[in-house]
Design a binder for this molecule. Sequence first.
Ligand SMILES: *Cc1c(COP(=O)(O)O)cnc(C)c1O
Length: 358
Amino acid sequence: MSDWENNVRKIVPYTPGEQPKEKNIIKLNTNENPFPPSPKVDEVLKDIKYTDMRLYPDPDSTELVKAIANTYGVKPSEVFVGVGSDDVLSVAFLSFFNSEKPVLFPDITYSFYDVWAKVYGIDYVTVPLKSDLTIESRDYVRENGGIVFPNPNAPTGLLMSVGDIETIVKANPGSVVIIDEAYIDFGGTSCLSLTKKYDNLLVVQTFSKSRSMAGMRIGFAIGNEKLIKYMNDVKFSINSYTMNRVTILCGAAAVKDQQYYKDNCARIIKTREHTKKALARLGFEVPDSMANFVFVKHKTASAGEIFEELKKRGIYVRHWDKPIIKDYLRITIGTSSDMLKLLGTLEEILGKDTSQVF
Ligand SMILES: *Cc1c(COP(=O)(O)O)cnc(C)c1O
């Protein structure tokens, strides 16, 4: 090791799902939306002038912030936007998790949380899920320097009620509670309404899943204006121009077109429910996911082997070779045609019949 390397901040980074280069695969590994974004986004893209790129974007992303505020019935001062919710969450970790006490999050959850905690030097403790993979709200009523988890949780897809979230927020006036609602639009009830009542609750959402805009990188947080001010202070201490011109305009157009994305979510929910039944018939245990993916475990076949067999046949799903979840596969809900191909292929691999499902 060179001398200077002793002084390097060393970190094991987060590993995102694979983005395979080959065409004609069925990609069910990173929870992208199988449908395109709102046609309003296409209109914006066609109108944009490349000469405008000469100028810096609006550092406050005013147009996008306003559109989100209008849609969710809050003030612009209660909205923070960032480059995907990963950026929003990272700024929130840096802003709010600054205590001597450890931050709490589940042992099985979004695997970026421990990476941010480590890179920012935040002490944390993971809390085990219950044996049915749900989060026990009472486990979060104890001393802590902050709380964060997704609802529905990832990668389980299991939802916590707004009542249970309120229990946690109410019991922790001394810390900020961050609820990562990346998948809330697929059938869950958002806890956004609680932000009117509690100034220590930050709700984070993304355009990447329900609004089909993972490639554009838009996330946002809603909370008390004091929380948002603290986050903006941190953001403006790192990079003023996080959101580019194109993204601000496309995001504003997308969020104004509520009906479009709601219809898509309804289609995905319907396909998910069919897929759950079909997977159960194939011998999978299927926890009741409320997200745009299912997290399933086969009663006899190994998840690692199914994963490899699917990949060989051009179908990408997600598998983690980690304790507790190594027997599970996370499968994104694609179009009904994608799911039929998946089920047919699983049938081939497992030697079962799933015809007549859709
Ligand atoms: C996908 C995801 C995110 C991040 O999404 P962005 O694309 O950065 O908006 C955050 N949290 C969870 C739980 C996710 O699954």
